[in-house]
Design a protein around this ligand. Structure first.
Ligand SMILES: Nc1ncnc2c1ncn2[C@@H]1O[C@H](COP(=O)(O)OP(=O)(O)OP(=O)(O)O)[C@@H](O)[C@H]1O
Ligand SMILES: [Mg+2]
Length: 499
């Protein structure tokens, strides 16, 4: 059988970055082909070239044996190549249905949109996906996970022959991942070729037929998944062996720093009590909707606290806004970097100093040398891959954007640091760097609270684990002894009645 898609010698140069250097890739009908590599390896760039977002500087793309040069996403779609982007591309003020059929709304002879039909069509596409989202809902009102599913529905509604998914599961729950995987397998069985980008190697091993590895814009190789091992893929990706995955846990835990007393989250009747101590990493586990992010937001002053109290160093404090939290040197790295964390149109430098103006200001003026020094310091500490401190954050790869966000919060030198899904979208190497960094912070006396949906991360890093369910802390487990089964047991609410 001839390949459906065959790319060879693909070159893409951005100012200051050779993103792709003679890269090749082929895809057969019915194949699920994973593309992996560290942050900035060129995966998204390659996919954007195949789907007409960028044009390659050199190289050739054959589609069903014919040479093609899709120069817009619309042209690629007409060929049958659809893409689900790494960063969501939906239009929040419009309905789910309008987002699924952009530019293809059914209209009557007067040109008015036939909403009845639109909603019915959208319902059918969503039903096929087995997702339960109201086609009439506004995208701005649904969760990130659901937005991701709408994005996939949008791509699937176009009867594509090649479906490209760029980190589609980073915001999905396990159940949603299962739905997506069975859908992808069904599509592959129908002959669709699927290109699948992910940093989650376990997913890739479960799902893919072949794996192509990129490193620093170079093509490293393609292997059959059945003949590959995790170690082998990691070695191809990073070009070296990775040390032990998780840093050692704390020997010694210090004084209580932050205490939460009888806090009640909106919509819950439970009262939350917790203590974060200097030197420890407290993992907060739970399913989506358990109230983990709401807890962090309440402590950080994003949402007003209606009931309960927060103490710092044993003294009650009132935090009614994030800037007050920052004054107390409490940092919060939010889960949704695009909406809440980063200013995509601003430079790396600007983002790093954005919550940290005093450090770069003297006598009321911004000191450019200090500004540059601060940025350089964190770029090198976190190994952020960027051609300069002036680069717009939008132009960095997804994982490097995440590192800029981490840098921004480290720059306030937090005493209490809350991180929400800190390694979402970052590669194995950078992930391990972030883990070591969080441990370093703890060792230096910071109280770290880490919200994560990845159980291995919670278990690997936490000294203590809090499990949330329905707005309440339903269990506190020892980070040395806890197991995934235990956490899931409490997170799913099975034990909630007994507490
Ligand atoms: N529009 C752009 N302008 C300038 N440089 C860019 C642009 N898009 C990507 N780059 C650079 O090209 C390189 C490859 O980026 P790309 O987004 O393809 O990486 P990736 O493999 O998808 O990484 P990640 O896993 O972090 O998403 C990076 O160094 C990135 O900074
Ligand atoms: Mg990418």
């Amino acid at each position: 059988m001839p390949p459906l898609l065959q790319a060879s010698g693909i070159v893409k140069q951005f100012p200051g970055t050779l993103a792709l250097d003679r890269v090749q890739l082929d895809l057969y009908p019915g194949e699920i082909h994973a593309v992996v590599g560290e942050n900035g390896a060129g995966k998204s760039t390659l996919m954007k070239i195949l789907s007409g977002v960028y044009t390659a500087d050199a190289g050739e793309i054959l589609f069903e044996g014919r040479r093609v040069t899709p120069s817009t996403p619309r042209e690629a779609l007409q060929l049958g190549i659809a893409i689900v982007y790494q960063e969501l591309s939906l239009v929040p003020p419009l309905t789910v249905a309008e987002n699924i059929f952009p530019g293809r709304l059914p209209t009557n002879w007067l040109g008015f949109v036939k909403y009845g039909q639109l909603f019915r069509d959208a319902r059918r596409v969503l039903d096929d996906l087995d997702v339960h989202i109201d086609p009439r809902a506004l995208v701005s009102d649904i969760s990130i996970a659901n937005q991701q599913l709408v994005e996939i529905a949008k791509a699937l509604s176009q009867n594509c022959k090649v479906l490209i998914l760029d980190e589609p599961t980073s915001a999905l729950t396990e159940r949603e991942v299962e739905i997506l995987f069975s859908l992808l397998k069904r599509l592959a069985a129908q002959g669709v070729g699927i290109l699948y980008i992910s940093h989650k190697l376990d997913e890739i091993f479960r799902l893919s037929d072949r794996i192509t590895v990129l490193r620093d814009g170079q093509y490293i190789g393609t292997v059959k998944t059945a003949e590959a091992t995790t170690d082998m893929i990691i070695r191809m990706m990073v070009g070296r062996e990775l040390g032990s995955m998780y840093p050692a846990k704390a020997d010694e835990i210090g004084q209580p720093l932050l205490e939460v007393r009888d806090l009640r989250l909106p919509g819950s009747s439970a009262k939350i009590n917790l203590v974060l101590r200097a030197g420890e990493i407290v993992g907060v586990a739970g399913l989506i909707g358990a109230g983990r992010t709401e807890l962090a937001r309440a402590i950080f002053g994003v949402d007003p606290i209606t009931e309960g109290q927060i103490l710092l160093d044993g003294r009650p404090i009132s935090i009614s806004s994030p800037s007050e939290a920052i004054q107390h040197r409490i940092g919060y790295l939010p889960e949704d970097r695009k909406a809440a964390g980063l200013f995509l149109d601003m430079s790396v430098k600007w983002n790093i100093e954005s919550v940290n103006r005093p450090a770069v200001t003297s006598y009321g003026f911004v000191n450019p040398n200090r500004e540059a020094e601060l940025a350089r310091q964190y770029i090198s500490r976190l190994e952020i891959s960027t051609p300069s401190i002036e680069q717009e954050v939008r132009r960095l790869s997804g994982g490097n954007q995440q590192k800029v966000l981490v840098a921004k919060w480290l720059a306030i030198r937090p005493r209490v640091f809350m991180v929400d899904e800190p390694t979402r979208g970052v590669d194995v190497g950078a992930k391990s760097e972030i883990h070591h960094l969080l441990r370093e912070l703890a060792t230096a006396g910071v109280a770290v609270m880490m919200i994560s949906s990845e159980l291995p991360e919670i278990l690997g890093l936490s000294d203590r684990i809090l499990v949330m369910h329905n707005g309440a802390i339903v269990a506190e487990l020892d980070g040395h002894a806890a197991t995934e089964e235990q956490i899931m047991h409490y997170a799913s609410g099975q034990a909630a009645v007994a507490v």
